[in-house]
Design a protein around this ligand. Structure first.
Ligand code: AMP
Length: 482
């Protein structure tokens, strides 16, 4: 790696001045060059699987033969730069190039970017870079993790929280920084134990508030709060929780906020909690990346399942996600596909957390090609090499479209997004096109053309077929958005 560039450090003085902590800290800004003399050796940062996610926090020695990276220009401490090289990042992505220097200069930053742009590392690298742990020789030499909590990252879903914790784990490989990931649905004991010597805490709003309320998560020495995918948090009904977490934090902590869309709700939150800040906006004109080939098929609602089978047969996705509106439809559609010999598995929030994690892991490993999912379950998934996204049901909220298709074509790779659109879906399609500021290309699938409007009774019948059994005919099936 290209490690040893920098002499002076432009970024750190303020942070050091305003931190009152004493023990084991050097205040001279030196300590550079401390190679990880931690214990390392055993598997670096094991995780707890279904038990939650806690990293070991022990520092590993830095190998001698790491490749050079173009992250050297940021003047990061050697153990952090080494970790970036070890992960295999060579060039900063656009959001990283824009955000890293701002965050290193301790600015509050609002980043408009979707997943797949490298936004996680865009806030993690500089925030970790500001920790003493990465430069202070004594701390690095001790090699053992220690509290207090200095960085708190709030994420809308468990899956996203785990992704962030994994990224933090990779980036802290050569420094004694422990990350604990706190989310509901798993035993709390391990998280409680780990909180004692964790520097980085990632979690979902409910569990974090719970821990703050019990006095187990103390924020009095916090340097920074990250609110990741804030628009998602609002969609999921976490508005008040986010307010309460921000109020529990330290008054002068640094705040980084990311959101795929900056709607008026998000702007309100920024006004209320972030204060003076810099903005980084990636892809303003087109929210969906250019390298995603986006098409839609107009379809008779009664023939959606058949068309999906035909589309799968045509595209032969190596790793595809099919988005479906409700858990009930996910179950039904997956069963239908499996019966027709398609190797598909399902994921939705009705499955136990452990099962969801297992399925994701198998999908990530490429053990089956097709995942049938609801929005909530698939939110924030960081799975490499998604080749196809199919919107079996068009999303009723344009933002969801951006999030769904953002699963593919990550970090400059190619991807395709196909949407099935019925007669009734027209307004949703228009909203989506307005939001992404781009026309989605219509294609005709031979044998599935719809040339005349479908009579109303048939549309009603088709909708009835989507209804979970046991519901009275007058009950409408609504997507739950708290
Ligand atoms: P994110 O937008 O944070 O969800 O990141 C998307 C994916 O890009 C993740 O798999 C990251 O590991 C990867 N990634 C992040 N930064 C870089 C980089 N500079 N070079 C290559 N891959 C990256």
């Amino acid at each position: 790696m290209s490690g040893s560039n920098h002499g002076g450090h432009p970024h750190r003085s303020n942070r050091r001045l305003r931190k009152p902590r004493g023990e084991g800290r050097s205040s001279d800004g030196g300590g550079r060059g401390g190679r990880g003399r931690g214990r390392g050796g055993d598997s670096p940062h094991p995780t707890g699987g279904g038990q939650g996610y806690v990293t070991s926090g022990r520092a590993e020695p830095i190998p001698a033969d790491l490749p050079a990276t173009n992250f050297a220009t940021f003047g990061l401490a050697p153990p952090l730069e080494a970790a970036i090289a070890a992960v295999g990042y060579v060039d900063p992505s656009p959001i990283q190039a824009a955000m890293i220097p701002l965050v290193l200069n301790e600015k509050n930053v609002v980043g408009q970017a979707q997943t797949g742009t490298g936004k996680t590392a865009a806030f993690l690298i500089p925030l970790l870079g500001l920790l003493d742990h990465v430069e202070d020789e004594e701390i690095v030499a001790r090699g053992e993790p220690a509290g207090p909590v200095r960085i708190l990252i709030v994420a809308p879903t468990r899956e996203l929280a785990i992704q962030i914790a994994k990224e933090a784990d990779k980036l802290t490989r050569f420094v004694p920084v422990r990350t604990v990931c706190c989310y509901g649905g798993t035993p709390i004991d391990q998280q409680l134990r780990a909180l004692k010597d964790s520097t980085v805490v990632v979690g979902t709003p409910g569990r974090l508030l719970d821990l703050i309320g019990r006095g187990q998560l103390k924020l009095d020495q916090l340097d920074a709060i990250v609110l990741d995918e804030v628009d998602r948090m609002y969609d999921l009904g976490f508005r008040e929780d986010v307010d309460r977490i921000m109020e529990a934090g330290r008054a002068r902590q640094q705040t980084v906020l990311t959101s795929a869309t900056l709607n008026s709700d998000v702007e309100d939150l920024i006004g209320k909690h972030v204060g003076e800040h810099e903005r980084v906006i990636i892809e303003t004109n087109s929210l969906t990346v250019e390298s995603i080939d986006q098409t839609f098929y107009f379809v008779d609602p009664r023939r959606k399942q058949d068309l999906l089978l035909a589309v799968i047969d045509k595209l032969k996705p190596a790793k595809g996600i099919v988005f479906v509106r409700t858990r009930f439809s996910v179950d039904r559609l997956t069963h239908h596909l499996q019966q027709r010999g398609v190797a598909a598995e399902l994921i939705h929030s009705g499955l136990p957390q452990r099962k969801r994690e297992q399925i994701l892991e198998l999908f990530r490993e490429g053990r089956f090609p097709l995942l049938i999912a609801t929005d909530v379950a698939a939110r924030g998934l960081d799975i490499d090499d998604i080749t196809h996204v199919v919107n079996y049901d068009i999303p009723n909220h344009a933002d969801d479209y951006v999030h769904r298709v953002g699963r593919t074509a990550r970090m400059g790779k190619e991807g395709a997004a196909v949407t099935l659109v019925t007669q009734d879906d027209g307004p949703f399609l228009t909203q989506i096109e307005k939001l992404i500021n781009k026309e989605i290309r219509q294609e005709a699938f031979p044998g599935f053309e719809v040339d005349k409007p479908i009579p109303r009774e048939e549309r009603v019948q088709a909708r009835e077929a989507e209804r979970p059994p046991g519901l009275p005919p007058w009950a409408t099936v609504r997507r739950r958005r708290r």
